[in-house]
Unconditional design. Structure first.
Length: 101
């Protein structure tokens, strides 16, 4: 369990945070606790989206590399250019998600 005020890990059964002194029973901490949980949830969503974008980027790189390897004469330049555009799009999406964090 973590402190709703400062985010430090709480020892089991702690009535108050040893780092900041916050006590969950205080009425003033309700909005802080809610805001903290909202931030944690948003961070988890952003990390999940980043993971999905990174996975997609990895697949695109693998696909482009496989297409280029199967074409020793170099006629797959269009496929490589298309994959490069898709990679740029994926990188832009990752940048957007990182800024969101």
């Amino acid at each position: 369990m973590f402190c709703a005020n400062c985010g430090k890990e709480l020892p089991g059964g702690a009535g108050a945070c040893p780092a900041c002194g916050f006590s969950p029973g205080r009425s003033t901490g309700a909005s802080t606790s809610s805001a903290f949980h909202e931030m944690v949830s948003e961070a988890k969503r952003a990390v999940k989206e980043l993971n999905e974008a990174a996975t997609s980027l990895s697949r695109q790189v693998r696909s482009g590399a496989q297409a280029a390897a199967k074409d020793p004469k170099g006629t797959s330049k269009r496929a490589v250019r298309r994959a490069a555009k898709e990679l740029e799009s994926a990188v832009d999406e990752i940048d957007r998600l990182i800024r969101k964090l």
